[in-house]
Design a protein around this ligand. Structure first.
Ligand code: NAP
Length: 297
């Protein structure tokens, strides 16, 4: 068996087209979704992420408001900015690029965002809504993107054993919550393993759907995968490669060449889960706009 590739670029492009079409329809009613992205400091990687979010907003017809605060910004400055954006009617979604500098209490900043504008789904209100299965909040962009990939490839998690590697608040835990829901497109039996789990392979070998999100290059090897499993690789890791133009290459948490011959489906890195994250952020911003204008989901 050779796995079918799950093409995240193609599915992200489809989601983006749907978002752009919906924005165009809203525009006829003089409504434009708006996203504010807050960058604190000048971390080069964060700057790249923020710029790519701004670019995608412009492409899809979403109003973009990029706010940059200096690396020595105080909590007071950040909270004042959040308050301003909370009250700005052009802004439907607010995202604070992570990680902020150490003097900034990220949890307190997230808690200050109006839950209706928390398109990243980090606010405790939205995390709670997701956990209890309510759909009028938001789902975090990366796990949401994984759910959409499964749906688009006709992979129904119902009754399957999904094993998640990693328990971060951004990927692992919400992935668990989404797959476990008593809802169409979910209904999986879920196991979540982490750095304190002994003999991880004994769990991953039971997985019908294996989701790797630990940030360890090529951690998942062929002997850890059940033949026919669906393998979703969330990991994005840079490894030194003298032969590459940039001196490094990007690999996932799964040893792709070894695992793809025995999986049924597999996401490549790059080009799998990665492109879905920004696509789902844009979709969440559109949803926030619709909800704030009482247009339904
Ligand atoms: P994180 O916050 O560092 O969490 C990593 C998780 O993996 C933790 O739960 C940790 O366990 C667990 N872990 C680490 N090493 C392990 C090991 N050797 N064995 C078992 N478990 C281990 O990372 P994250 O933010 O979830 O991101 C995970 C990966 O996904 C990274 O490569 C990141 O770049 C990537 N990512 C990609 C996207 C995207 O758009 N595609 C978005 C977000 C993240 P403990 O909890 O016990 O410490």
């Amino acid at each position: 068996m050779t796995a079918q590739l799950i093409d995240g670029k193609r599915i992200a492009a489809k989601i983006n087209r749907e978002t752009a079409d919906a924005c165009a329809r809203l525009c006829e009613h003089h409504i434009q979704p708006g996203l504010a992205v807050v960058l604190i400091g000048d971390d080069p990687a964060s700057r790249i992420y923020v710029n790519s979010k701004e670019k995608r907003c412009l492409e899809l017809g979403i109003y973009s408001d990029k706010r940059v605060l200096p690396a020595d910004a105080t909590m007071d400055q950040v909270l004042r900015l959040i308050d301003e954006l909370n009250r700005d009617s052009r802004i439907n979604g607010i995202l604070v690029q992570s990680p902020p500098p150490p003097q900034i209490d990220e949890e307190a900043v997230i808690a200050a965002i109006r839950p209706e504008k928390d398109v990243d789904c980090f606010h405790p209100v939205n995390v709670g809504k997701m956990l209890i299965g309510k759909t009028d909040g938001f789902f975090p962009c990366t796990p949401y993107g994984v759910m959409v990939l499964l749906r688009e490839y006709g992979i129904d998690p119902a009754g399957k054993h999904a094993v998640i590697l990693g328990r971060s608040n951004i990927v692992g835990k919400p992935m668990l919550a989404l797959l476990l829901q008593k809802a169409s497109g979910a209904n999986a039996t879920v196991t979540c393993v982490h750095s304190r789990t002994p003999d991880i392979g004994s769990f991953t070998r039971q997985a019908d759907i294996l989701i790797a999100a630990i940030g360890r290059p090529e951690f998942v090897t062929a002997d850890m995968v059940k033949p026919g499993a669906v393998v979703v690789d969330v990991g994005i890791n840079r490894v030194a490669d003298a032969g590459a133009a940039k001196g490094y290459r990007v690999v996932g948490d799964v040893k792709f060449e070894a695992v793809s011959p025995l999986a049924s489906y597999i996401t490549p890195v790059p080009g799998g889960v990665g492109p879905m994250t920004i696509a789902m952020l844009m979709a969440n911003t559109l949803k926030a706009c619709r909800l704030q204008h009482r247009l339904g989901e």
